[in-house]
Design a protein around this ligand. Structure first.
Ligand SMILES: Nc1ncnc2c1ncn2[C@@H]1O[C@H](COP(=O)(O)OP(=O)(O)O)[C@@H](O)[C@H]1O
Ligand SMILES: [Mg+2]
Length: 322
């Protein structure tokens, strides 16, 4: 079995609120991240991703639970954990009044790295991230893309075992997203474990070795993308947008030939089927009988986003049944 670089056990965070009733943002997350993997921590806004990553990177103190970095308690010894982790925050937290090179060197000094080693490493990283020509310019003159590259370079100055990125691609245009992903993949090839959060469901599908799906502070599922997809009742979904959507259609659609389950999401009916070529005529006839207008029909294989919707829909149904 692969070695574990990060483990959390029943990790919780409750924020104090004005009302006096604490807000439970993270409700007991237990997970393992293996050495050398690209691990995606997925969930919608407000799921508790930043709260979790901030605890994992010693920026926020947990309410309870344990965090182990390379087998050692981060809670007991945050300074030691910090040597093994690199952090790329979502916002620009570079020192804007320093040059790019100074940002890297000061970071290395904080970690007690020998000056010659730090200089050599700064040379390498500035080159690698295409910043050599601009290394003596103040960071305040940097474009967003350059600053993002420098943030990553700084995060790996002390050669961490694992690098954490909170929503690294949010707000980036597609071309730059691809560049960033290539940088991640290259770092990972060199042996660095990557832990990233994202609310985009499409990216991890191709790039992450394993993903965790969180919602409302709770772990919904963890595994490879294929394992998660296998949690779905079927492999295919027919998406149906009707002019006058009614909740009652959900139950009716379950009676259609070959349809195993039906949910409704953002006003779109989702008909789950294990048939690669479901009987679309039967579906169209049913829509005709309803006397409503078909606005859109689409057939596709399940995606990670569907898994997420299914898992969270499921819970709503369970709650409704209580
Ligand atoms: N400092 C804070 N004080 C109180 N509540 C917070 C604080 N930070 C986040 N929250 C709340 O905790 C929940 C999780 O937030 P967050 O971890 O930022 O989620 P995500 O990163 O997945 O969008 C949200 O309901 C959010 O409003
Ligand atoms: Mg966040």
């Amino acid at each position: 079995m692969a070695e574990v670089i990060l483990r959390t056990e029943n990790l919780k965070k409750a924020y104090a609120t004005k009302s006096g009733k604490p807000h439970e943002a993270v409700k007991g997350i237990t997970m393992d991240v293996k050495k050398g993997e690209i691990f995606g921590f997925l969930g919608p806004n407000g799921a508790g991703k930043s709260t979790t990553i901030n605890m994992l990177t010693t920026q926020l103190i947990s309410t309870s639970g344990d965090i182990y970095i390379d087998g050692e308690s981060l809670v007991d010894n945050p300074a030691k954990a910090r040597q093994k982790i690199g952090v790329v925050a979502q916002h620009n937290n570079l020192d804007r009044g320093l040059t790019a090179r100074e940002n890297l060197i000061y970071h290395a000094m904080y970690f007690g790295i020998d000056k010659d080693v730090a200089n050599k490493r700064a040379d390498d990283l500035l080159e690698k991230f295409g910043l050599t020509d601009r290394q003596h310019d103040y960071v305040k003159t940097y474009s967003g893309g350059m600053a993002q590259r420098l943030k990553i370079a700084r995060a790996i100055m002390h050669e961490p075992e694992i690098i954490f990125l909170d929503e690294p691609t949010t707000g980036l245009d597609p071309a730059y997203r691809e560049i960033l992903w290539n940088q991640m993949l290259e770092l990972n090839k060199e042996g660095t474990t990557i832990f990233l959060t994202t609310h985009y469901m499409e990216e991890p599908e191709q790039l992450c070795d394993r993903v965790a799906i969180v919602d409302k502070g709770e772990m919904q599922a963890i595994g490879t993308v294929d394992e998660l997809k296998a949690m779905m009742p079927t492999n295919n979904i027919v998406y149906l947008r009707l002019k006058d959507m009614k909740e009652a259609y959900t139950e009716q659609a379950k009676e259609l030939p070959g349809i195993d389950d039906v949910t409704i999401q953002d006003g779109v009916l989702q008909l789950y089927t294990s048939e690669k070529h479901p009987d679309l005529n039967a579906i169209l006839n049913w829509v005709n009988e309803l006397g409503t207008t078909l606005e859109d029909i689409r057939l596709s294989q399940v995606s990670l986003n569907d898994v997420f919707i299914y898992l969270t829909e499921d819970k709503k149904e369970m709650k409704g049944a209580e």
